[in-house]
Design a protein around this ligand. Structure first.
Ligand code: 7PJ
Length: 275
């Protein structure tokens, strides 16, 4: 899964208007590099980020979804928590929902069930505006696993097909450095949830800190991110959410060539059977 942020400052220099052509070009690069899914998000969920009104989020993502759908052959994931955005995005061509709130916003469960597309349910303690203030767990792996299991049950109860559900521990979302380390080390503990695991480590602060890489060093940040993505795959992750697709793909290819990778980890039905 390649990441495509379409917040105004992602592409245009002046930060006021979104450059659709630039976004599609970036998506084309991700596809050329080997992405099977493009995750399109119009609301920043970085710590402290402000929420974006529905209309503005729609104005950001819809033109890009339509253009990517028209010009590229790839599955499109909409990274949103808002039911209105889920609906419009799927109508515009998205074929999956990636929700950092795990369908906890009002109306989200019902909407996802109605749209009948795969959904990634992510764990987050708190909200983006307060999540890094004082994250607290007794046993982070158990608590995240428990949360994801309960969201899977809630999703199924709302009518979402079990084979449409994926789960994600949400690295960096309401977690200290130590919590992230424990989660990554204990990733196999999440296989109890019984759903394919999505992992997003790409360029996150704790990844840099693990390898003592400077924030400004983009190349080294990308290298460590790709290496840890491979580690996550070795621990059972089925979908890797990354910025640096080619780097990650090369490591996965080498690993597959060694025949060390268990095949068919992911049995989620994305249109046409992605994985
Ligand atoms: C994640 C995400 C993640 C899923 C972001 C960033 C922050 N969605 N959206 N998993 N992270 N499923 O990319 O640094 O880890 S936004």
């Amino acid at each position: 899964m390649g990441i495509l942020n379409v917040t105004p400052d992602s592409f245009s220099g002046d930060g006021t208007h979104l450059d659709v052509a630039g976004a599609v070009e970036r998506a084309a690069t991700l596809v050329r590099e080997g992405a099977d899914i493009i995750d399109i998000g119009g609301e920043s969920t970085r710590p402290g980020a402000a929420t974006v009104p529905v209309e503005e989020e729609l104005q950001r993502v819809l033109p890009v979804i339509r253009a990517v759908k028209e010009q590229l052959s790839v599955q499109i994931s909409i990274d949103t928590s808002k039911p209105e955005v889920m609906e419009a995005a799927v109508l515009a061509g998205a074929s999956m929902v990636n929700d950092v709130y795990a369908l906890r916003q009002p109306g989200a469960l019902k909407m996802a069930a109605r749209l009948n597309v795969p959904v990634c349910l992510m764990h987050m303690q708190g909200t983006p505006s307060n999540m890094q203030k004082a994250p607290s767990y007794t046993d982070v792996v158990r608590e995240v696993s428990h949360f994801l299991s309960s969201r899977v049950r809630a999703s199924e109860a709302a009518g979402i097909a079990p084979d449409h559900l994926m789960v994600d521990p949400g690295f960096g979302f309401g977690k200290t450095f130590q919590h992230n380390v424990e989660l990554l080390r204990g990733l196999t503990g999440l296989t109890d949830v019984g759903r394919p695991i999505v992992v997003g480590l790409s360029r996150k602060a704790f990844v840099r800190r693990l390898a003592r890489v400077n924030q400004e060093d983009k190349d080294e940040t990308a290298q460590v991110s790709a290496g840890l993505a491979l580690y996550a795959a070795s621990q059972g992750a089925a979908v890797l959410r990354v910025h640096d697709v080619a780097l990650t793909r090369n490591l996965l290819r080498a690993w597959e060539a060694l025949a060390l990778r268990p095949v068919d980890q992911c049995n989620v039905q994305l249109h046409g059977g992605l994985c």
